[in-house]
Structures are given as C-alpha cells and as structure tokens.
Design a protein around this ligand. Structure first.
Ligand code: DX5
Ligand code: ZN
Length: 220
C-alpha cells in the first residue's frame, strides 16, 4: 500500500540551480516540498528567507511544507500564508503561547504543525494534540543537514502514536533529519507518516530515483 509521504528538504538543493532542483521534486514521486527556515537565533544557522521561498513557490507544483526554526514565529504567519505555505510548522520550544500560535495558523487556512527537538518529551503535546494537523519529530538537532540520525526517535514515534490514538486525534507524524533508505522502513513501522530527506536525496547521483526508492522502501 502506497501511503508514506516523502518531503525532500530543499536545504540540500543547489541554490545556483534552484529552479532545476524544485522541478526535479515536481517530476518525482515526492509528495511535498520541505522548506527549512532558520533564523540564526533559535538554531545556530541561517538558511534562507522570503525572496528565496518566493522563488521556490513560483516553480513548485506540490504542497509547501514549511518548517520554521525561528523564535516568535507569530510575527511571520501572515507572510507565510501569502507565500502559499500549505503546512506551517513551528517549534514547541520557540512558542510561549503555542495554542494561540496554532489558532493563528489555522485562521490563515494553513495546516498547523508542531515540531519537537530531540530532547523534548512528546507528553508535552497532551493538551494541544487535538488542535494540530502534524507533529514533526526532529531526529537530529535542528540547524544543519547531513547529520546522523538519533536512534531514540523510534521510541518517540511509538509514544506519539499512542498519544494520538489515546486522544482519538487525526495527526500526521513527520520525521526530519538523517532519513535514508536504511531507516525509512523502521520509521514507518514505528508509526511515521511523512519522511523528510535532504542530503540523502540531493547528494545522490539520481535524486528522482532516490525519492522513488525511499518511497518503496518505506511502504515495502
Ligand atoms: C534540519 C532540517 C532538516 C534537514 C534535513 O534542521 O530541519 O529538514 O534539511 O537534512 P538531512 O536529511 O540531510 O538530515
Ligand atoms: Zn526541516
């Protein structure tokens, strides 16, 4: 059964050939374009901002899955709605009034996601899980592509799946960081619905084929 979504992270794209790389994702089995926004404060790196995302949006034919690694994301909710984000994910650790932030995202007709850093316990989502569309579990410390997968993620996926079922919620589980064909199946077996992959896709010889492989391994 084909069900796992693949979201290639454009952080690993060649920015000198951004249109080419976005079109590669368009023409592949990928489901979403994953867009990593970093502010150099919440995470120790700056990725790209609005003009680049506008250029991505211009060429993208699939939903934009925007992952905000920024402090106080409420300031930019309206901007990302205008840029055409389908899913807007904020970090639990970056929001003082998470419930308000989620409502503001949904008021702009975007799907609302919450991301957890590797050290953040999933039980903290107990009182918000019924209000959100997606949980993005970081399987590396956010800030950089190309890091090694943290093995504890499997346990977190299972615990999150339990929480979702216990609360009778309808929430996708997305995994971000160090995803490859080596761990894709185990992630899906644990309960993952969406796999983000950056370097594994873009550093491969044939990214379109690598995306198809990820998908078939995940659902195999
Ligand atoms: C990391 C980003 C990821 C990153 C994943 O902070 O959120 O989306 O691009 O890259 P890989 O797949 O190379 O670990
Ligand atoms: Zn990401």
């Amino acid at each position: 059964m084909q069900k796992t979504k693949i979201a290639p992270s454009l952080l690993a794209a060649d920015f000198g050939n951004l249109q080419r790389d976005v079109e590669m994702v368009n023409n592949s089995d990928a489901d979403w374009h994953h867009i990593d926004v970093m502010d150099g404060v919440f995470v120790p790196n700056i990725s790209y901002g609005m003009p680049v995302i506008k250029a991505i949006q211009k060429h993208a034919s699939k939903p934009l899955d925007v992952h905000l690694m920024i402090i106080d994301p409420d300031r930019y909710i309206d901007t990302f709605a205008k840029l055409g984000a389908t899913i807007l994910t904020v970090h639990y650790e970056a929001c003082t009034h998470l419930h308000r932030t989620i409502q503001a995202i949904k008021a702009k007709r975007m799907k609302a996601g919450v991301s957890l850093n590797p050290h953040t316990n999933i039980n903290l989502l107990e009182d918000i899980i019924g209000d959100i569309d997606l949980v993005l579990l970081m399987s590396v410390n956010p800030g950089f592509g190309g890091q090694s997968f943290i093995e504890n993620t499997y346990e977190k996926i299972k615990a999150l799946k339990n929480l979702i079922q216990r609360k009778n919620a309808s929430v996708l589980i997305e995994i971000d960081g160090g995803v490859t064909t080596e761990n894709a199946k185990q992630l899906v077996d644990a309960g993952a619905d969406v796999l983000v992959a950056g370097s594994f896709v873009f550093k491969s010889e044939n990214p379109v084929q690598t995306i198809s492989e990820l998908k078939s391994v995940a659902d195999g």
